[in-house]
Design a protein around this ligand. Structure first.
Ligand SMILES: [Zn+2]
Length: 50
């Protein structure tokens, strides 16, 4: 059975500032480094496993 991790209240695919859906760009395939950017307000955030 598959279980998906869910973060309550914070959708990582949505802009925390304006709530618009973020577009993502894969920076490093092997490290799973992804840059999320908001086309509305210009916010950019990167995610990488710690
Ligand atoms: Zn935004």
């Amino acid at each position: 059975m598959l279980t998906r991790m869910k973060v309550p209240g914070a959708d990582p695919r949505r802009c925390p500032t304006c709530g618009d859906p973020l577009t993502f760009e894969i920076l490093d395939d092997e490290r799973f480094l992804v840059a999320w950017s908001c086309v509305n307000c210009g916010l950019i955030r990167t995610t990488e496993p710690v």
